[in-house]
Design a binder for this molecule. Structure first.
Ligand SMILES: [Cu+2]
Length: 172
């Protein structure tokens, strides 16, 4: 989110939003002030134990870039960072080792782009649940975020079902 200096009146609102986000993020961190704030976290649930996509917007409040390097959830056997890309009209998913969040910048995990690929659901995850996911950053920082599980008809990541799944090596 970038502040436009020409839009003075909106500054107050944005600042209020940022303050609200900080309050939400605080309980997630045991000691340090929240360097990374998470908002809008949700999971696109799919039936029959299919892999689900996790989405969230991560905002880096610090003056140094931060690298997301992994994710973990007690409700899934495996969680990986993926990126959907479209190539010659087909969409495919790539496993990415890290996602850089620039200083004072943010990265949106969203359908058709970055997502957390959640595999092997364990505890009968269903729409309406809140699933905790621990985000792991370079340097040892972690951030626990509750993801709201939504139905499959929410707009999902391209390539997550049908032919798009073909040839996807989800297991390392
Ligand atoms: Cu994926």
């Amino acid at each position: 989110m970038r502040l436009n200096p020409d839009r003075g009146p909106r500054r107050g609102l944005l600042a209020a939003c940022a303050a609200a986000l900080a309050l939400v993020a605080l309980p997630n961190l045991a000691v340090a002030a929240p360097i990374v704030q998470a908002s809008g976290a949700w999971i696109r649930w799919l039936p029959a134990g299919l892999p689900a996509g996790g989405y969230v917007t991560l905002r880096n409040t610090s003056a140094r870039p931060v690298e997301l390097i992994g994710a973990d959830s007690p409700d899934y056997g495996n969680a990986m960072l993926h990126q959907s890309m479209s190539k010659g009209g087909m969409s495919e998913m790539l496993h990415v080792e890290q996602v850089l969040i620039p200083a004072h910048g943010s990265v949106a995990f969203k359908p058709g782009s970055y997502h957390i690929m959640l595999m092997q659901p364990k505890n009968d995850v269903k729409p309406g649940d809140n699933v905790p996911i621990t985000l792991k950053f370079a340097g040892g920082m972690t951030l626990r975020v509750d993801f709201e599980v939504r139905k499959a008809d929410a707009t999902g990541p391209a390539g997550m079902t049908g032919k798009g799944m073909k040839g996807m090596a989800h297991q390392p």
